[in-house]
Unconditional design. Sequence first.
Length: 140
Amino acid sequence: MAIPSFVYYQRGNKLDNAGNTSEAIQEYTKAIEIDNHPMAYYCRACIYKDLRKFKEAIDDFRSYLKYGSETTREGIASRVCIEELEKKLSPSPKPTGKQSNVLCPKCRCNLIIVGENIGGFKGSLKLECPECGQTTVKLV
């Protein structure tokens, strides 16, 4: 008797929660191969996103939307993640300016000063991360 997809999905979930992502991907993939298990697509997409495998994550988020419900939390999150990851994959100009001594909270690289005296606040700086694009304003 064949093992149903939800068993592989549950195994993947346990491995994922334990931090065994490569093994979790294998179990989620087995669930997907059996019957396009929507939550296996979603969970595998989340792992790919964390591993910065953005193209694979986008593909799996789209598959979740194809085989799962678009009105669930996962459906809404999938649409948001697809948009976010597509922006990361699209070529965008790197910020130009002087490097600051402020580190990006995500990437831990030095932010670039892209503007000064923001909103009329003397000495304030608009900073942008050259890696992830995150922006922040530092008030001095």
